[in-house]
Design a protein. Structure first.
Length: 89
C-alpha cells in the first residue's frame, strides 16, 4: 500500500489516499487534480499530487538499491564448495 496524506483545499482537513488504488487523475480548474478511486473522488492541489508522485519514484529506487546491496553481501558471506569436494562428500 502506498498511502499519502493530502491537505484538502479548505486547509483544515487531511485526507489519506492509497495511490495504488487511484484509477484516474484528471486536471481541474484552479490548479487542482481530481483523483478517482473505486469509491472516492477527491480534489487536491496539483503541487501536492506531483510531490507525492515524485517522492514515490525516489523511494522505490533507493529501496531497490538497498536490497541489491544486501543480496550481494549475503552472497559474499556464503561458502561455495568446488565441484570436486562436493563429489567426495
Amino acid at each position: 500500500m502506498n498511502i499519502v496524506k493530502f491537505k484538502l483545499p479548505d486547509g483544515s482537513t487531511d485526507c489519506y489516499v492509497n495511490l495504488d488504488a487511484v484509477v484516474a487523475a484528471k486536471p481541474a480548474e484552479d490548479g487542482k487534480v481530481i483523483l478517482h478511486t473505486n469509491n472516492l473522488s477527491l480534489a487536491v492541489e496539483k503541487e501536492q499530487f506531483e510531490k507525492a508522485i515524485s517522492e514515490k519514484d525516489g523511494t522505490i529506487s533507493s529501496f531497490n538499491s538497498i536490497v541489491n546491496r544486501l543480496i550481494q553481501a549475503m552472497d559474499r558471506m556464503t561458502v561455495h564448495f568446488p565441484t570436486s569436494i562436493r563429489m567426495h562428500l
